[in-house]
Design a protein around this ligand. Sequence first.
Ligand code: UFG
Length: 329
Amino acid sequence: MKFLVVGGAGYIGSHMVKHLLDANHQVVVADNFSTGHRAALLGGLLEELDIADAAALDALFAAHRFDAVFHFASFIQVGESVSEPAKYYANNFCATLTLLQAMVRAQIKHFIFSSTAAVYGDPVYVPIDEEHPKAAINPYGRSKWMVEQMLEDFDRAYGLKSVCLRYFNAAGADPEGLLGERHEPETHLIPLILQAAAGRRPAITVFGRDYDTPDGTCIRDYIHVADLVQAHALAVDYLLAGGESNAFNLGNGQGFSVQEVIDTACRVTGRAIAVNDAPRRAGDPPRLVADASRASTLLGWQPRFASIEQIVMHAWAWEQRYPWTDKLS
Ligand code: UFG
């Protein structure tokens, strides 16, 4: 099979590229390197382009006949999306529209979209299934939900079949140690804790200890990047076998508090980790846990690295290698 991976130089996209190459597929990566890393590309053919460029997409689709397109290229910082919403709607929504229009022109019928638990907003019940009300509370989540709705319309009108994968908290690193997470700036809990463990930061700051949870810190459903990638592979098989467009939650169905993750990191690293306390971060729901039974039933997906120890262990192995320093401040 021949696949296009948009955003293949990013955190999850690069793991997807590795998985597809390991399965002997032909892979073309489209990336504009606004946040991705060249060193994260372990193979495949690179097309350096911006998906907002319709002519570049038409040329790409004229040169290659893709069986499906994976779309990982979006901005992901919730706080930034509040202060710079135009950036989020321009890239996450408008550029995705341009990509989908080019796919329609080229008659490419299968699309795998990286969506997010942020489409649900503040949960009204937990665990969250796919039917939970969609009430995103920030432009990031709204931009993703707008794409999901657009995809329903594109299926009805143009027969473009899609799977939307709603990630909970993506974490961990390639179990073989070749790839991992490197955002600049880093805002995610696990890499920040591990940078503190490695001495690259003075401490980890806990945002709020007064939530209505057993230890007062926020609970999240951390899902290993290798398990996310496996779900994408199953999703494309599902579409290529004639499956209907659908959306799936991707999480372990198990929540861990911020304090529990810090405790796990202390055990895994064997290091003392300095902790500061700070007030709540705006927009953080107390508890986000997935009901991912639809992915299990319809895709046959079973996470292989479900333990928080394993997730932190792989992230720690990566953190200790500390490559790709080019983009770090
Ligand atoms: N946290 C801290 N200190 C930090 C960083 C995070 O206490 O320095 C806490 C947060 O307050 C939150 C938890 O750790 O309670 C996890 O925070 P992350 O920033 O790692 O992840 P989020 O749950 O905020 O966000 C993730 C994705 C978003 C996505 C969201 C959807 O990063 O892209 O899940 O649920 F929108």
